[in-house]
Design a protein around this ligand. Structure first.
Ligand SMILES: [Zn+2]
Ligand SMILES: [Zn+2]
Length: 629
């Protein structure tokens, strides 16, 4: 008996190809989910199962299409460049890549040649054929082909592995894949960059070719247009032009130095966050950056997270530099006896953490080694879990609206390797699902993708270019309260275990600022702009009045700058426009005489001359939330 996604049950003979079922249920299907596992359409039904189809138009479907395009690219590269060795070729948020070991850098001409060969492979419409073999057989196959990286990777895999073949090309892969190469209707190779085997700078340099693929040409064209726009908005480029921050090899890779304007931007965000958290019943907490090694042992970090941690030793005592903020918060909870009436307790910290990300994976502000999270830990009774999760979701919604972000929710459920009783997992997952349903929010399910200690909701925001970014997460945890023996006294007078929620709203401030820069293309709204107004004199005659205006604005809390240089006004205006400052205040003889200022918006619109107090009011009226509180 096969249960379809819509709940319909059908008697299906064993050995029926899933492809046959797809023809009846979903003609756009390119793969299927069978009892939660991804399957190729060419596989067969062997027992009573439940099946849902993956449409080529779904996110998952697109991922499968793109990963298949990576195989096609690898085939083309292998055919065109003898001696090349293959490593990994996954799909990414916006496309795919494949890493090759080759003794020279691929040129733009090479990419064109690879694209042409890929078109030939697509035109042949070769089927993707899956074959399960023993690890030894796979090692022999790849050994004979000289694919040493594949052989090395095989060592980490279970005894049975799957191979995928299209035409004469074979790759080691879990799948699934599209039925045949012809399903790739539109693709483009984008660029080449250097990377390291396994992202580790001590290893050999590899060539990473990036590409993207879609199921139709129009979607590809829209994407390429978006990419062009994204290039103009690159936060690394704007970060330099607007003098917000720097990252340098000399200072240390992945370590951000905030220049005054970047530091201002972050301070504005942090002040906003503190206020919003206090309004919602959170308490501030601050933990130390180092904690004794024993604590990290107790928390399980040493066992599960050691590779990403930094350590130091002082007076023969070993310390771990915190990669997460949870521990201090648990110690605060434990510092007193807690009653059921005290719960929920919500600790909020702008907690700076350090994680050893591989140097090959660092990227501007988006992936760094030192970052500050808007982190909170909520300790509550099991019966409070639902309300707490709902409140967090509302919090996320409020904040995303303020920045103008749309967002999507993803629910990650119990992985195979996990701890805790079934009923606890059920209760936690149900709490997350209930909260999503209460709030009427659609969500995607990532089966088995939760942490080993609990399920979670991830929030992916969509920026002005419709790109998705991970920001908030809400994670249920039964494990840490157990390990640290956290307890509260219940109404029955007995000791009970609280549930812990780990959650961030913006996530890492660094990453969020990177996303904000690109979202606004550097033109921050007035309430976020590090400099809100710049004063400009026409000649030196106006300087003393302009100084007076400047100090009046600063006293009123307006973030103002002055440009009293002996330069042409047009030149000053152009510079301020490059700096994307929301208001330029031009001061000439008339303004001095009338004791006014003439604001000009960065869009070019000029406002009537006004009194300084009125301009301050104008600025304040552009604070969306801060005025509300
Ligand atoms: Zn594959
Ligand atoms: Zn935590």
């Amino acid at each position: 008996m096969v249960t379809m996604a819509d709940g319909e049950k059908r008697p299906i003979p064993k050995g029926t190809k899933i492809e046959e079922l797809a023809k009846q249920w979903d003609k756009e299907a390119i793969a299927a989910q069978v009892d939660g596992t991804l399957f190729d359409l060419s596989r067969t039904v062997e027992k009573d199962t439940s099946i849902s189809f993956i449409s080529i138009h779904s996110r998952k479907g697109l991922e499968i299409l793109r990963h298949s395009a990576a195989h096609i690219m690898a085939q083309a590269v292998r055919e065109l460049f003898p001696g090349v060795k293959l490593t990994f070729g996954p799909s990414t948020e916006n496309g795919f890549y494949y890493d090759f070991d080759y003794d020279r850098t691929f040129t733009p001409q090479d990419l064109e040649m690879i694209e042409r060969r890929m078109s030939d492979i697509v035109a042949k419409d070769e089927p993707f054929i899956r074959k399960e073999v023993s690890k030894e057989e796979a090692a022999r196959t790849f050994g004979e082909m000289g694919e040493t990286y594949k052989v090395e990777h095989l060592e980490e895999l279970p005894d049975r592995v799957s191979l995928y073949r299209q035409g004469t090309f074979v790759d080691l892969c879990e799948g699934p894949h599209i039925p045949s190469t012809g399903k790739v209707k539109a693709f483009k190779l984008l660029n080449v960059s250097g990377t390291y085997w396994r992202g580790d700078a001590r290893n050999r340099v590899l060539q990473r070719i990036y590409g993207t693929a879609f199921s139709d040409q129009k979607a590809l064209e829209e994407f390429l247009h978006m990419l062009e726009e994204a290039r103009k908005r690159d936060h690394r480029k704007l970060g330099k032009e607007l003098d917000l921050f720097s990252l340098s090899e000399d200072a240390g890779p992945g370590l951000v130095i905030y220049h005054p304007k970047g530091a201002m931007l972050r301070t504005i965000l942090e002040d906003f966050e503190k206020k919003e958290h206090l309004k919602r019943g959170y308490q501030m907490a601050i933990g130390p950056h180092l904690l004794r090694l024993e604590l990290w042992k107790q928390s399980g970090h040493l066992e599960n997270y050691r590779d990403k941690m930094y350590f130091t030793k002082v007076e023969d005592v070993e310390y771990g530099i915190k990669p997460m903020n949870c521990l201090a918060h648990m110690l605060i909870f434990k510092s007193q006896i807690r009653s059921y009436r005290d719960l929920p307790i919500r600790y909020f910290e702008l907690g700076t953490v350090y994680r050893h990300e591989k140097s090959g994976e660092l990227h501007g502000l988006l992936r760094v080694r030192g970052f500050t999270q808007d982190d909170a830990h909520i300790l509550c009774r099991p019966d409070q879990l639902n309300d707490e999760i709902c409140a967090i979701i509302e919090f996320v919604d409020d904040v995303m609206k303020i920045f103008g972000f749309e967002y999507e929710m993803e629910l990650s459920t119990r992985p195979e390797k996990s701890i805790g009783a079934d009923e606890e997992w059920e209760r936690a997952t149900e709490a997350l699902v209930n909260a999503l349903k209460t709030k009427n929010l659609p969500y995607e399910v990532n089966e088995g993708e939760g942490a080993f200690y609990g399920p979670k909701i991830d929030v992916k925001l969509k920026d002005a270019l419709n790109r998705r970014w991970q920001c908030a997460t809400i994670q249920v945890d039964f494990f840490m309260p157990e390990r640290f023996d956290l307890a509260y006294v219940g109404s029955d007078g007995e000791k009970h275990r609280p549930v812990m929620l780990h959650r961030v709203i913006l996530g890492a401030m660094e990453r969020f600022i990177g996303v904000l820069i690109e979202h606004y293309a550097g033109a921050f709204p007035v309430w976020l702009a590090p400099t809100q107004a710049i004063l400009m004199t026409v000649t030196d005659r106006q300087i003393s009045y302009a100084e007076r205006v400047y100090s009046q604005l600063v006293q009123a809390g307006v973030r103002a700058e002055k440009d009293f240089r002996n330069e042409k006004l047009g030149f000053k205006i152009r510079e301020a426009q490059v700096q994307k400052i929301p208001y330029m205040l031009v001061i000439g003889d008339r303004e001095v005489k009338e004791e006014t200022i003439s604001p000009r918006k960065r869009s070019g619109e000029t406002l009537k001359s006004m009194r300084i107090e009125d301009f301050v009011k104008q600025i304040q009226s552009e604070y969306p939330i801060l005025t509300k509180s």
